[in-house]
Design a protein around this ligand. Structure first.
Ligand code: AKB
Length: 319
């Protein structure tokens, strides 16, 4: 099957980089970017872009029929921190969009679906270290609830209707190209921007808050790897634990100080601390490694090197 791909939520942090990568693999004409807004000018101007409201079934269906789409990456979502401010909106966006895509797959319009889950499916009662694939899941955020419920629906649509849906539990994603929006792990991107601009950063999480994180290139690779994997190798139909590195704000600051010795960090935890405290510190992703050969490439120091080098170059270009 030649993939004819639609990315819903293509203007977001992961969606925008995924779009460019998929275009480089499959050709720009086979990868349609869509979002509710035209905000990401680079994306809008770099290939086919359609305005699609992920909550509107008809708008998604029209786009699928127009381009004879067979594969969807559903990247539209409201993340953890914003979700706590707008619980009902988070529920509606995250669930409506998933149902529309699963139903379009059930009805035979699409052959393959990627839907991102998150470490937010875990909660305060989950074992924190090396969190297993199968364990207690009592998420305490609206975002986490939508992701946990979504996983159940993905598995249900696979079992009942044979829908080929593949999913990963992303950790916090770090990238120099696009800013994250509304997540609890966003500090791990902001810190690099502030390190370059101001040589100091006030962190909204406390010094020793350890969370699972991943460089964008690894996240994109995992996404493409699971979609390219043989159907029989993707044994988990809910969502796979996925992991690369885990670190605290203190450790990321120390990594930055290896390049910018005068960099300082201070701590002023806000409402996001409670969310972070409910999540795992580290993740056991051995099922992804065993089933479809997942491997990450970037350590914390590699990430720091990439972030500072590329952000500095970008800053110099704009001067
Ligand atoms: C968030 O912080 O909400 C996201 C996530 C871990 O899913 N980055």
């Amino acid at each position: 099957m030649t993939p004819k791909i639609l990315i819903i939520g293509a203007s977001g942090q992961i969606g925008s980089e995924l779009t460019q990568k998929l275009r480089s693999i499959h050709g720009a004409e086979n990868v349609i970017a869509s979002d509710i807004s035209y905000n990401n000018v680079e994306l809008v101007n770099s290939g086919i872009f359609e305005r699609v409201d992920a909550q509107d079934y008809t708008s998604v269906k029209i786009c699928i029929e127009k381009y004879q789409i067979n594969t969807i990456y559903l990247m539209a979502a409201m993340l953890s921190a914003t979700g706590e401010k707008f619980p009902r909106k988070a529920w509606d966006l995250n669930m409506d969009s998933l149902f529309h895509v699963l139903n379009l797959a059930k009805e035979g319009f699409i052959k393959k679906v990627f839907w991102p889950s998150s470490i937010a499916v875990f909660g305060p009662t989950t074992p924190k270290e090396n969190t297993p694939q199968y364990t207690i899941m009592e998420p305490s955020t609206v975002y986490g609830i939508t992701k946990q419920v979504g996983e159940r629906w993905c598995e249900y649509y696979h079992k009942q209707y044979g829908v080929d849906v593949r999913s990963l539990r992303y950790p916090g994603i770090i990238s120099w190209k696009t800013m994250p929006g509304g997540g609890t792990t966003d500090y791990a991107v902001e810190i690099y921007h502030k390190a370059i601009a101001e040589k100091k950063y006030e962190c909204f999480l406390s010094e020793e808050t350890e969370l699972p994180m991943m460089f964008m290139d690894d996240a994109i690779k995992a996404t493409i790897d699971i979609m390219d994997a043989k159907k029989d190798d993707v044994k988990i139909k809910s969502s796979y634990n996925l992991s690369a590195v885990s670190f605290t704000p203190r450790e990321i600051a120390e990594s930055i100080q290896k390049h910018i010795p005068e960099f300082t960090i201070s701590y002023n935890p806000d409402f996001r601390q409670k969310i972070a405290d409910s999540w795992p510190k580290s993740i056991d992703d051995s099922r992804a490694r065993d089933d479809w050969n997942w491997k990450h490439a970037f350590s914390l120091d590699d990430i720091t090197n990439e972030m500072l080098t590329n952000l500095k170059a970008k800053a110099e270009q704009t001067v």
